[in-house]
Design a protein around this ligand. Structure first.
Ligand SMILES: [Zn+2]
Length: 143
């Protein structure tokens, strides 16, 4: 998750992430299993594609793991591409978008944006490997 804002994503890459759920899931899956797959249930390292887009299924115990499992995007009730947009802006912190502004841009309810923004900030709060800039951006928003 922390790599989402460390990667130097180009404007085009961001644009495709913010406009496509599939691109977001692919991006998450790439990050998540970049060092290979390990089953969360049995530890097996062999997998085949699961039913859901960009998910993996353990070849031993057959449990399926989605690209969002273990990330802040898990159980997200609105499109993951919109969640990406919020998370990115919280992480980058260049412009402090209010939940009202996010709601307007994404056509979501203000409360939905507020909740996800808070969730992202809490997740960031628990990361020890942030740079000073990223930390201060988060602190600014918590005020
Ligand atoms: Zn397994």
């Amino acid at each position: 998750m922390s790599r989402i804002f460390r990667e130097g994503l180009t404007a085009e890459e961001l644009e495709s992430l913010f406009s496509s759920d599939d691109a977001c899931l692919e991006f998450l899956a790439d990050l998540k299993w970049s060092a290979g797959f390990t089953c969360r249930k049995c530890g097996n390292t062999n997998s085949c594609p699961g039913k859901a887009p960009h998910s993996r299924r353990c070849t031993k115990c057959k449990s399926e793991e989605s690209a969002t499992t273990g990330t802040i995007f898990h159980h997200c009730k609105f499109p993951v591409s919109k969640a990406f947009y919020i998370a990115y802006h919280v992480c980058k912190g260049k412009e402090d978008l209010s939940s009202y502004e996010l709601a307007r841009r994404l056509s979501l309810r203000q409360m939905t944006c507020w909740n996800f923004k808070t969730k992202t900030m809490q997740a960031l709060d628990h990361m020890s490997d942030l740079t000073a800039n990223e930390k201060s951006a988060i602190e600014r928003m918590l005020r």
